[in-house]
Design a protein around this ligand. Structure first.
Ligand SMILES: [Zn+2]
Length: 305
């Protein structure tokens, strides 16, 4: 999209938002917090769910890199009293919308609270290093306290509790990862969502697609990766709930052609949590599911045919 049409879309959006603002009915008593990905909604709900209404725009199986705001999203964003998003270019197609909102209401990119020297350049998948995600938790805490200062004491107690849960979770993942022999800690997935995970918990990570899912993996990439898997006798590769599976299946076939068999080790939650109301539909559940799935699949021996 060229600069002029981006500017025009931005201007139209602001006009739409102003129009909706002027016509909306007020009279609500609960303040509204709108987030992009579910992982951020999970923080807000745990910290302030009793005092604000939290809505995530992107549900289970939704890819944030490709997600475009719908008309109903624009309405929700307009009615929101606080907007929380990841930032670091995670929400690629919503960048203009979120930028336009910044001048109108509290709009916070929670991942951007992480100190720059701890970031992997160009990679927004920070939630997979639980110790880094604590910065997003702290940024969310601050934004919520600014929104409903009258509930600070309760939100602060919840914040301490939630933080403690995440510290335990970080320890769990670390221990579980170390139960796997070092040479088996290789994670092959559909897209490059797990670099932070790999760095934090000692896995070598290979994604078929790049960091964003915008462009698909090339054939050469698939062939190279297939050779790598065969040479290293890697037992399993993984699919992701928010990325189409066909590429991983073509990888599986390319590995078989090299006389090695690799299995699909299971489905990982990369950029979206599981269904609402399930354990995997929580942040703790999604990362617990991932490490359990990864370790159990990689524990078994890769077979040479
Ligand atoms: Zn991603």
């Amino acid at each position: 999209m060229n600069r002029l049409s981006r500017t025009l879309i931005g201007a139209l959006l602001i006009i739409t938002l102003l129009f909706v603002s002027c016509t909306k009915e007020d009279g609500r008593d609960t303040l509204s917090v709108v987030t992009t990905i579910g992982m951020i909604a999970d923080i807000a709900e745990n910290l302030a769910g009793d005092y604000v209404k939290v809505t995530a725009l992107m549900g289970a199986g939704v890819d944030p890199h490709l997600y475009k705001a719908t008309a109903s999203d624009v309405q929700k964003l307009d009615r929101a009293d606080l907007i929380l998003y990841g930032g670091l270019h995670l929400e690629g197609k919503m960048g203009d919308v979120l930028e336009a909102l910044q001048s109108m209401k509290p709009t916070v990119a929670v991942s951007e609270a992480i100190p720059a020297h701890l970031l992997i350049k160009g990679d927004p998948h920070v939630w997979f290093d639980v110790s880094l995600w604590l910065y997003a938790v702290d940024a969310t805490y601050q934004a919520l306290v600014d929104l409903v200062p009258e509930h600070q004491a309760a939100i602060e107690a919840n914040w301490h509790r939630y933080r403690a849960t995440l510290v335990d979770l970080d320890r769990y993942i670390r221990t579980k990862a170390q139960s796997l022999e070092a040479n088996k800690r290789v994670l092959v997935t559909a897209h490059d969502a797990f670099e932070y995970f790999g760095r934090a918990y000692g896995f070598e990570v290979k994604g078929m697609q790049g960091i964003s899912t915008v462009s698909e993996a090339g054939t050469r990439n698939v062939q190279n990766l297939a050779s790598f898997i065969a040479e290293r006798s890697i037992a399993a590769v993984f699919i992701e709930t928010s990325v189409p599976q066909r590429m991983v299946h073509s990888l599986e076939r390319a590995v078989t052609a090299r006389g090695h068999s690799v299995k699909i080790g299971g489905e990982l939650y990369s950029d979206a949590m599981g269904d609402r109301g399930t354990f995997e539909g929580t942040y703790r559940g999604m990362v617990t599911h991932n490490i359990d799935t990864i370790v159990s699949a990689l524990t078994s021996q890769g077979a040479t045919q």
